[in-house]
Design a protein around this ligand. Structure first.
Ligand SMILES: [Zn+2]
Ligand SMILES: [Zn+2]
Length: 148
C-alpha cells in the first residue's frame, strides 16, 4: 500500500505531528513495504537522496512514540518498525525472522490464536511480541535448488 505525499501529511496531522520532509519520507517507505523495517532497511529504501541517518533515526523514534510506527519486531536486538495502520491487527501477530537472508515477515495471527489464555497471563500473552526464527520459504527453496 503506497501512499502519496498528501496522505502522509494527513496522517502526521491526525497524530498531531509536525509535517517535515524526513517524516513524510519515512512514513511513505513504511507504508510501501508493509512488513517491519529496521533503521538500516529504511535508509536502504530511501536510497541516495542524501538523508542523514541520525535524522531518519530520530524521526523513526518520533513516529514510534506517537504510535504511528510501533516497534513490532526485535530480532537479534534490532528494532523493526511498522505502520500500525498498515495491517488490520496493527501488527499484533507473530513475525518470522529469517536467519539466512535477515528479512522479517508478518505471519497470520491464527498461528498464535491457540496461545490465548485466561487469568493472570491473559493480557501479557495478548500483548507479547511473538517472534519465530528460522529459514524463510525462499531461503529453503534456494537451499534445495543449490545445495552447498
Ligand atoms: Zn530468508
Ligand atoms: Zn507484521
Amino acid at each position: 500500500m503506497s501512499i502519496t505525499q498528501d496522505e502522509a501529511r494527513k496522517q502526521l496531522h491526525e497524530r498531531g505531528l509536525r509535517v517535515t520532509a524526513p517524516r513524510v519520507a519515512v512514513l511513505r517507505v513504511l507504508a510501501e513495504t508493509e512488513t517491519p523495517l529496521s533503521h538500516t532497511e529504511v535508509l536502504e529504501r530511501l536510497g541516495d537522496a542524501g538523508w542523514d541517518p541520525a535524522t531518519i533515526y530520530r524521526n523513526l523514534v518520533k513516529l514510534r512514540d506517537a504510535g504511528v510506527a510501533p516497534v513490532v519486531s526485535r530480532a537479534e536486538g534490532i528494532d523493526r518498525y511498522a505502520l500500525a495502520g498498515s495491517r488490520d491487527d496493527g501488527h499484533r501477530h507473530p513475525h518470522f525472522a529469517c536467519e539466512d537472508c535477515g528479512r522479517v515477515a508478518c505471519l497470520p495471527a491464527e498461528l498464535t490464536a491457540s496461545m490465548s489464555v485466561d487469568g493472570a497471563w491473559a493480557t501479557s500473552v495478548q500483548k507479547a511480541m511473538v517472534q519465530l526464527r528460522g529459514e524463510c520459504p525462499e531461503c529453503l527453496e534456494r537451499a534445495g535448488e543449490a545445495p552447498r
